[in-house]
Write a protein that binds this ligand. Structure first.
Ligand code: HPA
Length: 273
């Protein structure tokens, strides 16, 4: 039996999305671990469970939601993906990025990718927010492997400026205390060893996590404007004495969610398409 192409899957996903009247979206946000409550800020909301959209993967990690919530902030139309699927759950990179690709095919131009991450930067503290200037994909995978399909963008997309400078400036304007830095995406699901953290720090990287890079690669190839925000939930392994846990990541996310929410509210209110 012939397997479907990614183009066919995306067309089916867009078709099921079109059954809901989501209108023109100014910004789509992917909410990382412990950050899904940001969607509570939206008014006039419409909630669409992931399982109502063809071929969308169901996130299964604690701290993640599984719905697309569309609503308004300050006159702008915002779409929040309250969770994401991760490569370490066994998904193919095409599954991981299908929700954002679907929104892109449906006409969304601006995306904010958020995540929880471990701090590598010397002065980073748990609770810091970092706006991404760039990333390093150390997952060993890409959403662009496989047969070339036009809908996904060029075969060899340029990546000189994955993260949009204007969007970055809007985030910094919304919270002048944010850090700026480079995010490194690893496969996971184990946290890093202290030796791995040493290598990443020596390489000049600032935050480490298990998401985001594939969405950024896929959206950049499709010509979207992208911003990225990491919430530093812990210092990376071996920097502090204590062992790492997913519970700590979720807890810190909840504790500092007010600042995260304030920054993204400012961003969503100020953004002009
Ligand atoms: N490493 C990888 N991913 C993470 C971390 C970390 O320290 N914290 C939150 N997500």
């Amino acid at each position: 039996m012939r397997t479907e192409t990614e183009t066919e899957r995306l067309e089916a996903a867009v078709k099921s999305l079109s059954a809901f009247d989501i209108g023109d979206i100014d910004v789509a946000l992917v909410l990382g671990s412990g950050l899904k409550d940001f969607a509570n800020q939206l008014t006039d909301t419409l909630e669409i469970p992931f399982h109502d959209i063809a071929h969308w993967p169901m996130p299964r990690v604690e701290g993640h939601g599984a719905s697309l919530i569309v609503g308004s902030i300050g006159g702008n139309r915002i779409a929040c993906l309250t969770g994401r699927a991760h490569l370490y759950e066994g998904w193919h990179p095409n599954d991981v990025v299908r929700p954002v690709r679907t929104l892109r095919v449906a006409g969304v131009q601006c995306f904010v990718l958020t995540n929880a991450a471990g701090g590598l930067g010397k002065s980073f503290r748990p609770g810091d927010l970092m706006v991404l200037t760039d990333h390093v994909n150390q997952t060993g995978m890409s959403p662009l492997i496989g047969p070339h399909e036009e809908i996904l963008g060029p075969r060899f997309p340029d990546q000189s400026r994955v993260y949009d400078q204007e969007l970055r400036a809007c985030l910094v304007a919304a919270d002048p205390e944010v850090r700026l830095g480079i995010y490194v995406g690893l496969l996971g699901p184990s946290y890093e060893t202290p030796a791995e953290v040493k290598v990443l720090r020596r390489a000049g990287l600032h935050a480490v996590g298990m998401s985001t890079v594939h969405e950024a690669i896929a959206l950049n190839a499709m010509g979207a404007r992208i911003a990225g925000v990491s919430l530093i939930t812990n210092l990376a392994a071996g920097i502090a004495d204590s062992p790492l846990s997913h519970a700590e990541v979720i807890d810190t996310g909840k504790q500092v969610s007010a600042r995260f929410t304030k920054m993204l509210m400012g961003f969503c209110e100020g953004i002009k398409r």
